[in-house]
Write a new protein. Sequence first.
Length: 456
Amino acid sequence: MKPLDTDADPRVVGPFELLARLGAGGMGVAYLARRIPLDNLPDEMAAGYRLVDSGAEEESASAQLVVVKMIQPSLLDHPQARERFAREIDAVRVVVSDRVPALRAADPEAVEPWFAMDYIAGPSLHTLVKESGSLAAGPYAALGLALVDALRAIHGTKLLHRDLKPSNVVLGPDGPVVLDFGLAVLSERQSSQALTKTGDQMGTAPYMPVEQLRDTKHVEEPADVYALGATLFFALTGRPPYPVMPLMSPPKWDGVAHSFLPLLAQILVASPSQRPDLDGVQESLYTLLADAGLTPEAAAAQLRDHVAAAGLTPELPPQALADDPDPAVQELAQRAVNRGDAPDAPWAEDDLGFYGIDTDEIEWAAIDSDGPGAPGGYTPTLADPEPDPPATPASPAEPADVPRPVPTSYPLPPPSPHDDAAKAVVTAHGTPRTPPRAAQHVAADLRERYAHRRDL
């Protein structure tokens, strides 16, 4: 958990105040956040955010925390990445289980898509094992049973996770929780809407089975069962079954006690049809507990005690422990809502929005009357080539006190002084007008929709 980078990280996203940066992956960036209490939030805005209340009237400050995940800025212009991010939101929404974080809000159609889910206070399995050692029989079986419950809930919605591994398992106060549905997928193999193509390899190689390494698109539930076994193997040894990628031969069993071999030897096999299903895994874990003289409840208590004794739960920043959000942040967000803007409008970058101009390519600014160059003329930057002489006679000169828009730092030809669209964004005093954030979102949405229309 790191402090926000004021130059790169947003302060507010939707109705959430961001508090710290949790980490980043290939698809997204995750932040610790808290919802900002807002009065008179329009119903249509709340519906657009898909807001879901936790259901508890009285909650501690830490219980109100969420994780806000945003798509990587470098992927915003990639339609397939945006579509996969939207499907991750759908996956988190439909899976209802104590072993999966609940979705609290989302805006997949935003200029910068995001969603918020429950924050689970605890270390990852990877951190726990690396820092405090392997698990004994009771905590090991409790972990396995929790992962079975998680996968049963995921598979019950016709989803596959496809990336179960120690770093995607967090050991919270109420037990293990499975995170990261970035590669979760419906049974899409026969669908023209499939994002994963035949032969694609996706996932984490040391924890995936051979069939997923060869063709991620066509894997079935046994691939997730294998990943469960590989994760349990790590819980005992601190390493994956294979250091680089899965092999057809059995893994090396160094560090695995004899009592754990029967189950792992059944799961970590190359043939999907030979692996047990989730019911079979659960039954083997119950047998392990019986041999150890433990009940599932006692094993779960041992796991909680082990996690607490390790002292590896990430320390929250001071602002996350406060009962209320930053008063200045809440006031600005409330003012934005009162005037009909989105709560995060005050923190949006100054952008001239749509207003008839393609803001992806050019940004207009007014030139000062005492700035360099002739009033109203085109002033090249250091990166600009010298402009070619005009091919046609210049239009009649206009009064010197009428400002004209000029490009700020782009090697573009000077705009026509008669371009009404350009004039529309400049006020009489020569300063750009910034439209409301809501108008910018609408403009961006319109551009995206028209870019994908086939009937124009």
